[in-house]
Design a protein around this ligand. Structure first.
Ligand code: 1GP
Length: 241
Protein backbone atom coordinates (compact mmCIF):
# COMPACT_ATOMS: atom_id res chain seq x y z
CA UNK A 1 0.00 0.00 0.00
CA UNK A 2 1.34 3.43 -0.89
CA UNK A 3 1.22 5.60 2.17
CA UNK A 4 1.92 9.24 2.86
CA UNK A 5 4.89 8.28 5.01
CA UNK A 6 6.33 6.04 2.30
CA UNK A 7 5.92 8.87 -0.19
CA UNK A 8 7.89 11.18 2.10
CA UNK A 9 10.67 8.60 2.34
CA UNK A 10 10.61 8.08 -1.42
CA UNK A 11 10.85 11.83 -2.05
CA UNK A 12 13.84 12.04 0.26
CA UNK A 13 15.50 9.12 -1.53
CA UNK A 14 14.98 11.10 -4.77
CA UNK A 15 16.55 14.16 -3.10
CA UNK A 16 13.30 16.11 -3.34
CA UNK A 17 12.35 18.70 -0.75
CA UNK A 18 8.83 18.89 0.62
CA UNK A 19 6.74 21.88 1.66
CA UNK A 20 3.70 21.72 3.91
CA UNK A 21 1.30 24.65 4.04
CA UNK A 22 -0.14 24.85 7.54
CA UNK A 23 -3.71 26.05 7.95
CA UNK A 24 -4.81 26.89 11.48
CA UNK A 25 -8.64 26.54 11.55
CA UNK A 26 -8.78 29.14 14.30
CA UNK A 27 -7.21 31.80 12.08
CA UNK A 28 -8.72 30.86 8.75
CA UNK A 29 -12.08 31.72 7.18
CA UNK A 30 -13.62 28.60 5.64
CA UNK A 31 -15.16 30.67 2.84
CA UNK A 32 -11.62 31.54 1.72
CA UNK A 33 -10.72 27.87 1.20
CA UNK A 34 -11.05 27.62 -2.59
CA UNK A 35 -9.00 30.72 -3.53
CA UNK A 36 -6.39 29.84 -0.91
CA UNK A 37 -6.11 26.20 -1.97
CA UNK A 38 -5.94 27.23 -5.64
CA UNK A 39 -2.75 29.11 -4.70
CA UNK A 40 -1.45 26.11 -2.78
CA UNK A 41 -2.08 23.90 -5.82
CA UNK A 42 -0.18 26.29 -8.11
CA UNK A 43 2.80 26.36 -5.74
CA UNK A 44 5.58 23.90 -4.92
CA UNK A 45 3.65 22.78 -1.81
CA UNK A 46 3.43 19.01 -1.43
CA UNK A 47 1.23 18.70 1.68
CA UNK A 48 -1.46 20.58 3.54
CA UNK A 49 -1.21 20.42 7.33
CA UNK A 50 -4.23 21.41 9.42
CA UNK A 51 -4.06 22.22 13.12
CA UNK A 52 -3.50 24.79 15.80
CA UNK A 53 -2.94 25.21 19.49
CA UNK A 54 -6.48 26.32 20.27
CA UNK A 55 -9.23 25.34 17.84
CA UNK A 56 -12.96 25.15 18.43
CA UNK A 57 -14.28 21.58 18.17
CA UNK A 58 -15.88 20.70 14.77
CA UNK A 59 -14.08 23.55 12.98
CA UNK A 60 -11.31 21.19 11.86
CA UNK A 61 -13.74 18.71 10.29
CA UNK A 62 -15.58 21.46 8.41
CA UNK A 63 -12.33 22.95 7.11
CA UNK A 64 -10.71 19.63 6.15
CA UNK A 65 -13.80 18.57 4.18
CA UNK A 66 -13.71 21.88 2.32
CA UNK A 67 -9.95 21.59 1.60
CA UNK A 68 -10.39 18.05 0.26
CA UNK A 69 -12.92 19.33 -2.29
CA UNK A 70 -10.25 21.49 -3.90
CA UNK A 71 -6.93 19.59 -3.81
CA UNK A 72 -5.34 16.23 -4.45
CA UNK A 73 -2.52 16.99 -2.01
CA UNK A 74 -2.43 14.89 1.15
CA UNK A 75 -4.14 16.59 4.08
CA UNK A 76 -2.34 15.81 7.31
CA UNK A 77 -3.63 16.64 10.78
CA UNK A 78 -1.20 18.48 13.02
CA UNK A 79 -3.43 18.63 16.09
CA UNK A 80 -3.01 20.69 19.20
CA UNK A 81 -5.69 18.64 20.86
CA UNK A 82 -7.78 15.45 20.62
CA UNK A 83 -10.78 17.48 19.41
CA UNK A 84 -8.93 18.22 16.17
CA UNK A 85 -8.93 14.60 15.02
CA UNK A 86 -11.19 14.07 12.01
CA UNK A 87 -11.60 11.12 9.67
CA UNK A 88 -11.93 13.53 6.76
CA UNK A 89 -8.14 13.93 6.60
CA UNK A 90 -5.61 11.48 5.17
CA UNK A 91 -3.10 11.21 7.97
CA UNK A 92 -2.46 12.23 11.54
CA UNK A 93 0.84 13.34 13.05
CA UNK A 94 0.62 11.55 16.39
CA UNK A 95 2.73 14.14 18.14
CA UNK A 96 4.58 13.58 21.38
CA UNK A 97 6.15 16.75 22.78
CA UNK A 98 9.46 15.13 23.72
CA UNK A 99 11.19 18.45 24.39
CA UNK A 100 8.87 18.97 27.36
CA UNK A 101 8.15 17.15 30.56
CA UNK A 102 4.40 17.53 30.70
CA UNK A 103 2.98 13.98 30.80
CA UNK A 104 -0.28 15.13 29.15
CA UNK A 105 1.63 16.02 25.96
CA UNK A 106 4.01 13.06 26.18
CA UNK A 107 1.33 10.34 26.52
CA UNK A 108 -1.84 11.61 28.26
CA UNK A 109 -3.65 13.08 25.27
CA UNK A 110 -2.62 10.08 23.18
CA UNK A 111 -4.45 7.71 25.50
CA UNK A 112 -7.52 9.96 25.30
CA UNK A 113 -7.29 9.92 21.49
CA UNK A 114 -7.54 6.15 21.23
CA UNK A 115 -11.33 5.99 21.58
CA UNK A 116 -11.53 8.28 18.51
CA UNK A 117 -9.01 6.21 16.58
CA UNK A 118 -10.22 2.64 17.16
CA UNK A 119 -11.58 2.14 13.64
CA UNK A 120 -9.69 4.94 12.01
CA UNK A 121 -8.77 5.05 8.35
CA UNK A 122 -6.25 7.79 9.07
CA UNK A 123 -2.61 6.96 8.54
CA UNK A 124 -1.09 7.50 11.97
CA UNK A 125 2.48 8.77 11.91
CA UNK A 126 4.24 8.82 15.31
CA UNK A 127 6.16 12.09 15.47
CA UNK A 128 8.67 13.38 17.99
CA UNK A 129 7.91 17.09 18.43
CA UNK A 130 10.65 19.37 19.78
CA UNK A 131 10.01 22.98 20.70
CA UNK A 132 13.15 25.10 20.31
CA UNK A 133 13.69 28.47 21.98
CA UNK A 134 13.20 31.36 19.53
CA UNK A 135 13.24 34.59 21.50
CA UNK A 136 9.61 34.88 22.58
CA UNK A 137 6.98 32.77 24.28
CA UNK A 138 4.93 30.81 21.75
CA UNK A 139 1.42 29.39 21.86
CA UNK A 140 2.84 25.86 22.10
CA UNK A 141 4.82 26.82 25.18
CA UNK A 142 1.86 28.54 26.81
CA UNK A 143 -0.71 25.85 26.03
CA UNK A 144 1.49 22.87 26.88
CA UNK A 145 3.10 24.54 29.91
CA UNK A 146 6.51 23.29 28.83
CA UNK A 147 9.83 24.98 28.32
CA UNK A 148 11.47 24.99 24.89
CA UNK A 149 14.93 23.48 24.45
CA UNK A 150 17.68 26.08 24.70
CA UNK A 151 19.05 26.91 21.27
CA UNK A 152 22.63 27.13 22.57
CA UNK A 153 22.53 23.54 23.85
CA UNK A 154 22.50 21.76 20.52
CA UNK A 155 23.82 18.47 21.91
CA UNK A 156 20.71 18.23 24.12
CA UNK A 157 18.49 18.96 21.10
CA UNK A 158 20.33 16.31 19.06
CA UNK A 159 20.07 13.74 21.85
CA UNK A 160 16.36 14.46 22.32
CA UNK A 161 15.69 13.99 18.60
CA UNK A 162 17.70 10.76 18.51
CA UNK A 163 15.90 9.47 21.61
CA UNK A 164 12.66 10.00 19.69
CA UNK A 165 13.99 7.90 16.84
CA UNK A 166 15.11 5.17 19.26
CA UNK A 167 11.60 5.19 20.77
CA UNK A 168 10.24 4.31 17.33
CA UNK A 169 8.99 7.67 16.17
CA UNK A 170 8.88 7.93 12.39
CA UNK A 171 9.36 11.69 12.03
CA UNK A 172 11.15 14.35 14.03
CA UNK A 173 9.67 17.88 13.97
CA UNK A 174 11.85 20.82 15.05
CA UNK A 175 9.44 23.62 15.98
CA UNK A 176 10.33 27.24 16.70
CA UNK A 177 6.63 27.99 17.23
CA UNK A 178 4.05 29.60 15.01
CA UNK A 179 5.07 33.17 14.15
CA UNK A 180 8.49 32.68 15.75
CA UNK A 181 10.88 35.62 15.56
CA UNK A 182 13.79 33.32 14.73
CA UNK A 183 13.34 30.07 12.83
CA UNK A 184 15.33 27.03 13.98
CA UNK A 185 18.95 27.78 13.01
CA UNK A 186 20.82 26.06 10.19
CA UNK A 187 23.36 24.90 12.74
CA UNK A 188 20.72 23.06 14.84
CA UNK A 189 18.98 21.60 11.77
CA UNK A 190 22.23 20.24 10.34
CA UNK A 191 23.40 18.75 13.64
CA UNK A 192 20.07 16.97 14.13
CA UNK A 193 19.93 15.80 10.51
CA UNK A 194 23.44 14.36 10.83
CA UNK A 195 22.35 11.78 13.43
CA UNK A 196 18.83 10.95 12.23
CA UNK A 197 17.78 8.02 10.09
CA UNK A 198 14.19 9.25 9.83
CA UNK A 199 12.75 12.29 8.01
CA UNK A 200 13.17 15.73 9.56
CA UNK A 201 10.42 18.37 9.58
CA UNK A 202 11.24 22.00 10.42
CA UNK A 203 8.77 24.82 11.04
CA UNK A 204 8.11 28.08 12.80
CA UNK A 205 8.97 31.61 11.68
CA UNK A 206 9.93 30.78 8.08
CA UNK A 207 8.72 33.78 6.06
CA UNK A 208 11.01 34.11 3.03
CA UNK A 209 12.33 31.94 0.21
CA UNK A 210 15.81 32.49 1.65
CA UNK A 211 14.76 31.12 5.03
CA UNK A 212 13.09 28.20 3.25
CA UNK A 213 16.23 27.42 1.24
CA UNK A 214 18.37 27.77 4.38
CA UNK A 215 16.26 25.14 6.12
CA UNK A 216 16.46 22.79 3.12
CA UNK A 217 20.21 23.27 2.72
CA UNK A 218 20.76 22.56 6.40
CA UNK A 219 18.91 19.25 6.05
CA UNK A 220 15.19 19.78 6.55
CA UNK A 221 13.25 17.26 4.48
CA UNK A 222 9.87 18.91 5.04
CA UNK A 223 9.40 22.59 5.84
CA UNK A 224 6.14 23.81 7.35
CA UNK A 225 4.95 27.38 6.71
CA UNK A 226 1.75 28.85 8.09
CA UNK A 227 1.92 32.44 9.32
CA UNK A 228 3.69 33.84 6.24
CA UNK A 229 0.79 32.69 4.04
CA UNK A 230 -1.82 33.86 6.56
CA UNK A 231 -0.29 37.34 6.57
CA UNK A 232 0.44 37.69 2.87
CA UNK A 233 -0.89 35.25 0.27
CA UNK A 234 1.35 36.89 -2.36
CA UNK A 235 4.17 34.83 -0.80
CA UNK A 236 2.75 31.98 -2.90
CA UNK A 237 3.82 33.92 -6.02
CA UNK A 238 7.48 33.33 -5.17
CA UNK A 239 6.82 29.62 -4.68
CA UNK A 240 5.15 28.79 -7.98
CA UNK A 241 5.82 25.40 -9.58
C1 1GP B 1 3.83 26.14 13.48
O1 1GP B 1 5.74 25.18 12.45
C2 1GP B 1 4.51 25.74 12.20
O2 1GP B 1 3.48 25.06 14.23
C3 1GP B 1 4.55 26.87 11.23
O3 1GP B 1 4.99 28.06 11.83
O4 1GP B 1 3.21 29.71 11.38
O5 1GP B 1 5.53 30.46 11.87
O6 1GP B 1 5.00 29.38 9.71
P1 1GP B 1 4.66 29.47 11.15
Amino acid sequence: MITIYNNIQQAIANQEKLLAVLIDPDKFHVQNTKPFIDKVNASIATHVFVGGSEVEAELTTILVKEIKKHTQLPVVLFPGDVTQITESADALLFLSLISGRNPEYLIGKHVKAVSKLKDTQLEIIPTGYLLIENGKETAVQRVTETQPLQKNNSSHIVNTAKAGEFLGMKLIYLEAGSGAIEPVSKHIISEVKEVLNIPLIVGGGIRTTTALQNAYQAGADVVVIGTAFEEDESFFDSLKK
